[in-house]
Design a protein around this ligand. Structure first.
Ligand code: SF4
Ligand code: SF4
Length: 335
């Protein structure tokens, strides 16, 4: 492909909270930084050919101080935009900027009672998030728009999935058209290892099956991001991950300028502050990476242990247990 059709742009490598399950609780990013309205110009040449853009991949995009200015630049192109946020910083100025323009917005919540929210997200802000969503929804009605289409994302920890029905009720209450997605949990600490679904496949399957039934009755969409355990095993059997075409149409760019061939890669293929972005897209490094994605004989190390929710095996211990690893994706190091 001549140009990437999609980019994953981490606007910031920070987060304002620390969830107990998050990589940021255990690992430090290579650099703690953010994009600005000035240096985003290095990425701008891509915008005219993009179909879609994701404004986050591993951190909280609303910690980027220039979020509003950068969003306005992106919105001046014909690009479908999406991001995920914990919702705590989704204040009125942000809602005023994105309503009617952003296509999809995911709010990440694990814990649907005051107590379980604090336990998982580390702060007492469930009510703040509800208030922020309520303002956003009010604005959508006033502007007579369905955008951004909402979705709730929740992490499928074995000690959190008993709340999936509450999550479905929550999605219904806030009129989340895209419903609920359950992300499969990777462990970054030996103290959390027992909460990975592969430790109790039967309970995970039973609980998620019940949630799927409940969601159907409530007319709420419900997605297990990695598929059911059985589906996931079938699709990852041959390669160790699902067949993947991401590096053929998308690029991942960090706020320190590093470019990666996919959002869960470890090996940078260039930096936008030292090379033009199109040269990086067409580089030998990128081509070499592509050749090792779905190739059993010469597979990239990243792809052997793919950590991408939609592609990895959820029963491969190497792709789910990071409790003793010193490094994590994109140059993160254990604290
Ligand atoms: S809100 Fe997201 S980025 Fe922030 S600590 Fe929680 S999981 Fe990590
Ligand atoms: S690491 Fe995973 S998501 Fe990335 S290119 Fe390889 S298989 Fe695809």
């Amino acid at each position: 492909m001549k140009y990437p059709k999609h980019i994953d742009l981490d606007l910031s490598s920070k987060c304002n909270i620390r969830c107990r399950f998050c990589h940021l609780t255990f690992f430090s990013p290579k650099e703690i930084t953010e994009f600005t309205k000035e240096n985003i110009k290095k990425v701008e040449p891509l915008f005219k050919n993009l179909e879609s853009i994701t404004l986050f991949s591993k951190y909280e995009p609303l910690t980027c101080k220039d979020f509003i200015d950068i969003f306005k630049i992106i919105d001046s192109y014909n690009i479908e935009s999406y991001f995920s946020t914990n919702g705590t910083l989704l204040k009125e100025d942000i809602a005023n900027t994105i309503v009617g323009k952003l296509k999809y917005l995911t709010i990440s919540i694990t814990g649907f009672t005051k107590e379980t929210y604090i336990k998982n997200m580390g702060v007492d802000r469930l009510e703040t998030v509800k208030k922020n969503i309520s303002y956003l929804n009010k604005l959508k009605k006033e502007k007579n728009t369905k955008y951004p289409i909402l979705r709730i994302s929740t992490v499928g920890l074995l000690d959190a999935i008993h709340e999936l029905k509450l999550a479905i009720d929550f999605a219904k209450e806030i009129e989340a058209e895209e419903g609920i997605q359950v992300t499969s949990f990777k462990s970054f600490s030996s103290e959390l290892n027992h909460l990975m679904p592969l430790n109790d496949k039967q309970y995970f399957t039973k609980t998620t099956d019940e949630a799927i039934e409940y969601a159907k009755k409530q007319n709420i969409k419900f997605i297990l991001q990695s598929g059911s355990i059985v589906e996931n095993q079938q699709k990852t059997e041959e390669l160790g991950h699902k067949h993947c075409n991401m590096p053929w149409y998308r690029l991942s760019i960090q706020p320190n300028g590093d470019v990666y061939p996919c959002p869960v890669s470890n090996k940078t293929i260039g930096n936008i502050f030292s090379s033009p972005i199109y040269d990086i897209w067409k580089s030998n490094e990128m081509e070499k990476f592509r050749n090792g994605v779905n190739n059993l004989e010469e597979m990239n190390e990243d792809c052997k242990n793919c950590t991408h929710c939609r592609h990895r095996s959820i029963t491969n211990i190497n792709a789910n247990d990071y409790s003793s690893k010193e490094k994590y994706i994109m140059g993160m190091k254990r604290k």
